[in-house]
Design a protein around this ligand. Structure first.
Ligand SMILES: Nc1ncnc2c1ncn2[C@@H]1O[C@H](COP(=O)(O)OP(=O)(O)OP(=O)(O)O)[C@@H](O)[C@H]1O
Ligand SMILES: [Mg+2]
Length: 307
């Protein structure tokens, strides 16, 4: 569960708040889009949740942790309980792709044998097997973002927060990542995603929270049709079932597969899709089994799973 109780954030020397009296409740297992114009406060809200920044007023609870009582030494513990994908990747520059993902497991005490089993599967899931030996500076922006997603997923968090995870990906990869997030959500992980991508929001019909100038100006249980126009502040909400939005002038156009196309693709998947979705299911299945086995152990012997 994620709970923001009347949270305001003033950055030093700013007269206007980046977040202004935010009240937000996200239930376990929800999939929520956080949208809004550039500068609306989306990343600030996420930094509140990861404790990169503290609220000026108000309080936050995430996964049963009350931030009011959180000491600095508790912050690493918090960051192990939530998976975060940042807009600017935050990869370790001196470690390879493989090592970046492995490191996320090492620091929470996962055995070497399990790291060796899990990392290749997670990399395959995000389509990075071929570059596992490369260092971040030898990757494209899109590839870096996928490493960040692989790294946060490897620890099987109960809550996954992603700040513009598709911002640097081409349309095909964007949809791959979004479908992946849906799959992780189906597994029971709460997902909070910021995006400027109207097509993704419109297609998924998930809860959409809209920020503008630091305030929540909309909270739709099932996303409708939006025109989210990148840098501009206009967010026109249209009724469900109305005519299709005119996205011709939008800076980014993405082909949105229709339900027919999606089910046809499912019936006759391409070679790559088959491979990726099979390995995706495999890694999730492995995680499910490992977690069930762990929960059967006495508490003292349990591995540190991230909840
Ligand atoms: N570290 C900081 N110091 C001072 N002001 C900041 C800082 N970070 C963000 N801001 C300000 O807070 C406001 C919200 O910024 P934020 O990064 O949260 O927006 P955003 O919705 O994530 O935008 P974008 O879609 O461009 O990523 C902006 O006015 C921004 O200038
Ligand atoms: Mg941002």
């Amino acid at each position: 569960m994620i709970l923001l109780d009347n949270v305001s954030k003033y950055y030093p020397r700013d007269k206007k708040p980046a977040l202004d009296e935010i009240n937000l409740h996200i239930q376990p297992k929800e999939f929520v889009f956080l949208v809004g114009e550039s500068g609306a406060g989306k990343s600030t809200l996420i930094k509140m949740l990861t404790r990169e920044e503290k609220p000026t007023y108000g309080n936050i609870m995430v996964g049963g942790i009350d931030y009011k009582y959180m000491k600095k030494r508790h912050v690493p513990h918090l960051r192990r309980r939530i998976g975060v994908v940042f807009q600017d990747f935050k990869l370790l520059p001196n470690r390879t792709v493989y090592e970046n993902v492995a490191f996320a497991l090492e620091i929470v005490g996962v055995s070497n044998a399990e790291i060796k089993r899990t990392v290749p599967k997670v990399l395959e899931l995000v389509g990075l097997s071929d570059v596992s030996h490369k260092f971040p500076d030898a990757l494209s922006g899109g590839q870096r973002q996928r490493v960040a997603i692989a790294r946060s997923m490897a620890r099987q968090p109960k809550i996954l927060i992603a700040d513009e995870p598709t911002g640097n990906l081409d349309p095909e990869n964007s949809w791959g990542i979004i479908r992946l997030l849906e799959e992780i959500n189906n597994f029971g992980t709460t997902i909070l995603v910021t995006t400027h991508d109207a097509e993704v929001v419109n297609q998924l019909r998930r809860r959409v929270v809209t920020l503008s100038h630091g305030k929540i100006i909309g909270d739709q249980k099932e996303g409708g049709h939006y025109d989210l126009d990148g840098s501009r502040t206009r967010i026109a909400k249209r009724s469900l079932g109305g005519p299709a939005p005119n996205t011709a002038a939008a800076p980014k156009t993405v082909h949105v597969p229709s339900l027919e196309e999606a089910s046809a693709a499912k019936a006759t998947p391409s070679k790559t899709e088959t491979k990726n979705s099979a390995s995706g299911s495999a890694v999730l299945e492995q995680m499910r089994k490992a977690k069930a086995a762990d929960e059967a152990k006495p508490v003292a012997k349990r591995r540190k799973f991230i909840h």
